[in-house]
Design a protein around this ligand. Structure first.
Ligand code: AHR
Length: 308
C-alpha cells in the first residue's frame, strides 16, 4: 500500500502541471483571434494550466500582466509584444525571479539576449520582401510611376516595422516605385477604412497600389475605396498580409491581388517549447514559421484548406 502510494507520489511529482502565463496583444484582427484560439487549445491538449490576459493593444497592460505572472510565480511566461521597445525592466524582473520568458509572434529590441529563451514566429522582414518581389514581377513591363499607399500596422510593432523595411529593401533601387502616403491603421478593419478614406480624398486615382500590413486593414480599405468609386483589385492593386479566410474571400471576389501568408497557429509549437524549457532542454534562439505567398489566381482552390 505505502509502496504504491510512493510510486504514485513520485509520478505526480514528475508530472506536476506546468503553469504558463500568456500576455496576448489584444483582439485587433482575425489573425489575433485565431492565434488566441490556437494558444488556448494547444495548452488544453498539452495539459498545461494557462493564465491568459488580453492587453487591448497597450504595452502598459502587457507589462502589468507580466508582473502579475511573476508575482504568481508561474513556471513560464510567454507573450506577443505589442511593440518592439521598452521591455528591459519587466524582463529583468522575470529573469531575477528565474522565470523563463518565451516570445511568440512579435520580436523585441533588447541588448541582452538572455532576457528571453526563444522567439517563435514569422519572419516579417521576409514577408515584406515577398510582397516587394510580387510588385516587381507584376509591374516588370510597366514604366511607372507606381504610386503606393501604405496602411501600416501598429506603430512601433515588429510586423509594421519589418513589413515596411522588407518592401523598401526590394523597391528602393527602382525609382518607378514611390510610397506616396503611409499611415497606421493599427491592424484593425475600422482603422484601415478610416485611413483609406483620407487617402482616397487626397490622392484618388493617383494610387496604383494599396499596401496593407494585414487583411483586416485591407478589408476596411476595400470598403473605403468602393465608397469612393474606386475599384480595388482592378484599377488599384491590393497587397495584403496574413492570408486569413477573409483575405481569401476578398481574393476570390477579385479585390485583393496577393496575400502574403503569416500563420497565427503557433500554439502547438509554443507548448512544446514550454515543456522543453521546464525540462531543462536547450532551445534554438529563433523558431521561424513556414509560410508562402498566395496570388489571387490560386485563392478559390486553396480556401477550403485554410484553417484561419
Ligand atoms: O503580429 C502579427 C500581426 O498582428 C498580424 O499580421 C496582424 O493581423 C495582427 O494584428
Amino acid at each position: 500500500g505505502s509502496a504504491l502510494a510512493l510510486v504514485a507520489l513520485g509520478s505526480y511529482a514528475q508530472e506536476k502541471q506546468i503553469t504558463l502565463g500568456f500576455a496576448q496583444v489584444g483582439a485587433e484582427s482575425a489573425w489575433r483571434t485565431a492565434n488566441t484560439v490556437s494558444v488556448k487549445q494547444a495548452a488544453k491538449d498539452a495539459g498545461i494550466n494557462l493564465k491568459f490576459s488580453d492587453a487591448q493593444q497597450k504595452q502598459e497592460n502587457q507589462i502589468k500582466a507580466i508582473r502579475s505572472y511573476i508575482a504568481q510565480k508561474v513556471d513560464v511566461i510567454a507573450f506577443s509584444p505589442v511593440v518592439e521597445s521598452g521591455w528591459e525592466p519587466v524582463l529583468t524582473e522575470a529573469k531575477n525571479a528565474h522565470i523563463p520568458v518565451i516570445l511568440t509572434d512579435r520580436s523585441i529590441d533588447v541588448k541582452d539576449p538572455s532576457l528571453y529563451v526563444t522567439m517563435i514566429g514569422s519572419d516579417f522582414l521576409e514577408e515584406g520582401r515577398r510582397a516587394g518581389r510580387w510588385l516587381e514581377e507584376h509591374y516588370k513591363n510597366d514604366p511607372g510611376p507606381i504610386n503606393i499607399a501604405e496602411l501600416q500596422g501598429t506603430v512601433g510593432s515588429a510586423p509594421a516595422n519589418d513589413r515596411h523595411s522588407g518592401l523598401m529593401e526590394i523597391i528602393k533601387n527602382d525609382p518607378k516605385f514611390k510610397i506616396i502616403a503611409s499611415q497606421s491603421g493599427d491592424f484593425t478593419l475600422a482603422g484601415g477604412k478610416q485611413v483609406m478614406e483620407a487617402f482616397a480624398k487626397t490622392y484618388g486615382k493617383q494610387i496604383n497600389v494599396v499596401y496593407a500590413h494585414n487583411d483586416d486593414m485591407a478589408l476596411g480599405a476595400i470598403q473605403a475605396m468602393e465608397e469612393a468609386g474606386m475599384k480595388p483589385g482592378k484599377d488599384v492593386n491590393v497587397v495584403s498580409f496574413d492570408a486569413t479566410k477573409g483575405g481569401f474571400e476578398a481574393m476570390i471576389a477579385g479585390k485583393i491581388n496577393v496575400d502574403v501568408e503569416c500563420s497565427p497557429l503557433l500554439g502547438p509549437q509554443l507548448m512544446t517549447a514550454v515543456k522543453d524549457v521546464v525540462a531543462g532542454k536547450q532551445l534554438p534562439k529563433r523558431i521561424v514559421t513556414n509560410e508562402t505567398v498566395f496570388p489571387m489566381s490560386v485563392a478559390a482552390q486553396v480556401l477550403p484548406q485554410r484553417k484561419y
